[in-house]
Write a protein that binds this ligand. Structure first.
Ligand SMILES: [Zn+2]
Length: 109
């Protein structure tokens, strides 16, 4: 993939990460172990799939700036490697330039 396009894709995914941060902030204290509908953070335009996981599970992913939550089947092997698989969702880690953009755009940095 051409480098500019790769960076734009990563920026798109960073937008969904910010949406999920807002979803997480909307939860009440004590609901850390209740399933919550998070947005798929994949690079597909128009993807609006919801994935159910707990706040605690999402926090495990967000502890790494290069890791994203995606639906099974929405993995882009040219940009990311799978680091965790559950029946409901997949955790991917960005490589190369996509990984650098993911770190630069991490809202918790
Ligand atoms: Zn998706």
């Amino acid at each position: 993939m051409e480098r500019g396009a790769e960076a734009r894709t990563a920026a798109n995914e960073a937008t969904f990460r910010e949406i999920n941060e807002a979803i997480e902030r909307g939860q009440w204290p004590g609901e850390e172990h209740e399933p919550v509908g998070f947005r798929c953070e994949c690079a597909q335009l128009g993807c609006n799939q919801l994935l159910e996981l707990t706040i605690a599970e999402y926090e495990d992913i967000r502890a790494h700036p290069r890791r994203f939550l995606v639906s099974p089947g929405h993995v882009r092997p040219s940009l990311e490697v799978v680091v965790g698989t559950r029946p409901e969702y997949v955790v991917v880690e960005k490589r190369g330039e996509a990984g650098e953009v993911a770190e630069e755009t991490d809202p918790r940095r």
